[in-house]
Write a protein that binds this ligand. Structure first.
Ligand code: HSE
Length: 310
């Protein structure tokens, strides 16, 4: 195989209380990446449609950084041509950089005859996250590569659990078209937490995960509260408190910030509720004179996959 096209799904990281440890894959939105082996040893990243500001040098572009690390590990000097088509803007909170990293790691591994394990691919993809945000968090890249709902049980050593989830649980995402850089929204978080808050947060995560694995919507509802990121980051997102109130008044099971924002998401029990909330959020942002994109999804069991090879 000399050439491959892959698709990596967008993701919601943190998922309420799970700062840096929970992530899920979304349906129908993500990133297309085409990779070709070259006879030279150059890593050529083509201009990215709609994103002329993204760096194209292999040392700065996420795809270049991930690919170079993988080739270096194998002691290979292999040239690559990489074409990226983004459906999600960088700085959206939907794992845009994570999609590039996941798609690159997956595509190159296929071209290298699946030399690396799934966990190793996550580790390579995390290098892309480190380059973008300053921290090698795995919640976006694990969910994008593996699909479904992931728990990053441990970073050292990296341990990831792919847990069962309710197949019918609906997700509504609103992406107000403003940019929040993950690096900035990481810096503003408190470095320490008081023990009573840690206890509350642990209870929330336990309830959320128990609810997801047993399809108990009451437990999901009771666990969707975050004391780490949301109280601080919500100030970066215009109208967050009102948008969350709309979701909860609409009967959502929970609502929080997607990744580092500005996208927000809600869990809903059924499609009608999800559609209603999507419409209400669209109107809400229009009233604030902020353009927005709405996505309706379930948790996507499929991670990054091969679309074509030759
Ligand atoms: N867990 C990361 C954070 C995800 O919240 O900073 C960034 O998309």
């Amino acid at each position: 195989m000399k050439k491959i096209k892959v698709f990596a799904p967008a993701t919601i990281a943190n998922v309420g209380p799970g700062y840096d440890i929970l992530g899920l894959a979304l349906e129908g939105v993500g990133e297309h990446l085409e990779m070709k082996l070259l006879d030279s040893d150059e890593i050529l990243i083509h201009p990215i449609q709609d994103y002329p500001d993204l760096p194209l040098s292999a040392d700065e572009n996420i795809a270049g950084i991930v690919a170079k690390a993988m080739l270096h590990k194998l002691g290979l000097k292999q040239g690559l041509s990489i074409k990226i088509k983004k459906e999600v803007k960088p700085g959206s909170g939907l794992g845009s950089s994570g999609c590039t990293a996941a798609a690159t790691a997956f595509a190159l591994n296929e071209l290298l005859n699946q030399t690396f394990s799934a966990l190793e691919l996550v580790e390579f993809a995390m290098l892309g996250e480190k380059a973008t945000s300053g921290k090698a968090h795995a919640d976006n890249v694990a969910a994008s590569l593996m699909g479904g709902f992931c728990i990053i049980k441990s970073y050292h050593p990296l341990e990831i659990l792919n847990i069962p989830f309710p197949k019918d649980l609906r997700i509504v995402v609103a992406h107000p078209q403003i940019e929040v850089k993950t690096a900035d929204s990481k810096k503003i978080l408190k470095k320490e937490m008081m023990l009573p808050d840690v206890i509350t947060q642990m209870g929330n995560i336990a309830a959320l995960i128990s609810g997801l694995t047993t399809s108990n919507y009451d437990w999901i509802r009771s666990g969707m509260n975050d004391l780490i990121a949301e109280p601080i980051r919500s100030y970066l997102i215009p109208g967050f408190a009102q948008a969350k109130s709309l979701a909860m008044e609409n009967g959502a099971l929970g609502c929080s910030i997607s990744g580092s924002g500005p996208s927000i998401f809600a869990f809903c029990e059924n499609e009608n509720q999800a559609k209603d909330l999507g419409n209400q959020w669209k109107q809400f942002y229009a009233d604030l004179e902020i353009d927005s994109k709405i996505y309706l999804s379930k948790i996507n069991p499929r991670g990054t996959y091969k679309m074509e090879e030759s």
